[in-house]
Design a protein around this ligand. Structure first.
Ligand code: BGC
Length: 355
């Protein structure tokens, strides 16, 4: 009788255990369904490889972008391959092809030539790889995401500071490279602010030129031409970045005008911040690169893994409304270097004030 009872108990226990394990299996299938990676995802979690295609390392900021982006990606467990095209669209395309054949899961691109980079997106998409536009947008293409600073705002900040100081007079605009959509957006921002002054006849833009490849040397030549054409009668200069501002200030120095005319720049390059301390440059539009690198890394990894991420804008690139994340630039002048650039560790106090 006791044996019969034990047998009965074992049967009941076995049925109970079988039912329990069936329930667990069902539950784990349902949980998986909720977070199933989408079909475009090429790698399982933990094995993401990101290809970072850069245009240039000429300006100081790009070395920060390279190092910080790598750091942020590695902290998220991703692998990164970085290639720099040295301002050559054909080289950039072939480097991207190499990254695709090296098995990259997602491409992050700083395009050299905004317009032609569209070919890159097509190449990547046909290999099932998504493309994130980093800092500069790729135009006329189905870019998957754009992450940058608000470049129009950069121009507005510059012009607001300079028009406060010089509400009337002769202005020189030293633009960036016309191949770069950021240069166009920055100029738009500058003229958003200048236009009412121009319309009232208070401000006259006596010189307005793009700077080929953003080089300080070309900006220097442009500034010399502007001074010459106007018999040195210039009251203010807005330059699209600190490299071009440096070129313009060199020309002003040669005419004994450095420090006498307000000059705006962008990027918070160390040399520019030192010029702000010395008084030959008025302001720079500072962009905390760590924030950009961090945001881009988080999104790139989430996108490659098929996970959700947030955007805050839609930017039209001539073809589609690109889901975008735009961060804010910050005005830096003599009065707030410590609480911005130095507090962020962008440059050290010794570097900035060492001279
Ligand atoms: C960037 C600037 C940089 C310039 C030249 C622009 O696209 O936004 O920060 O100075 O390129 O490299």
């Amino acid at each position: 009788m006791k044996k019969l009872f034990n047998l009965y108990l074992m049967v009941i226990m076995t049925i109970f255990l079988i039912t329990l394990s069936a329930c667990e299996t069902k539950q784990s299938v349902e949980e998986n369904n909720g977070t199933m990676p989408n079909e475009n995802v090429r790698s399982p979690k933990g094995e993401i490889k990101i290809g970072f295609s850069m245009d240039t390392l000429e300006e100081e900021r790009w070395a920060k972008d390279r190092d910080l982006f790598r750091e942020e990606l590695e902290a998220l467990g991703a692998e990164v391959e970085i290639m720099v095209a040295n301002e050559n669209a054909a080289v950039q395309l072939s480097q991207i092809e190499t990254m695709i054949s090296n098995g990259t899961d997602l491409l992050v691109v700083v395009p050299y030539y905004t317009e032609t980079a569209a070919a890159v997106v097509e190449k990547a998409h046909s290999a099932g790889i998504k493309v994130v536009s980093y800092d500069r947008i790729i135009k006329n293409a189905n870019v998957d995401l754009y992450v940058s600073f608000d470049n129009e705002k950069v121009g507005e900040l510059q012009a607001e500071v300079i028009t406060d100081l010089v509400p009337k007079g002769n202005y020189v605009y030293i633009g960036g490279s016309v191949t770069d959509n950021n240069a166009i957006l920055i100029k738009k921002g500058v003229f958003n602010v200048l236009q009412p002054y121009i319309d009232r006849g208070d401000i006259k833009v006596v010189y307005d030129q793009w700077t080929e490849n953003w080089t300080p040397e070309n900006a220097y030549q442009n500034m010399l031409a502007a001074l010459e054409a106007n018999q040195n009668q210039i009251d203010a200069v807005i330059a699209a970045n600190d490299g071009t501002a440096g070129g313009a200030i060199k020309a002003l120095e040669e005419k004994g005008l450095a420090g006498k005319i307000p000059v705006a720049g962008q990027d918070a390059d160390l040399a520019a911040v030192q010029r702000i301390v010395e008084g030959t440059q008025t302001m720079t539009a500072y962009k905390p690169i760590r924030n950009l690198a961090k945001k881009a890394a988080e999104i790139a990894v989430a996108m490659a893994r098929g996970e959700a991420f947030e955007t805050n804008r839609k930017i039209n690139n001539g073809k589609i409304e690109v889901p975008s994340v735009l961060l804010s630039p910050i005005e830096v002048n003599q009065n707030n270097i410590d609480e911005t650039i130095i507090a962020d560790g962008f440059h050290t106090r010794e570097e900035v004030y060492g001279n």
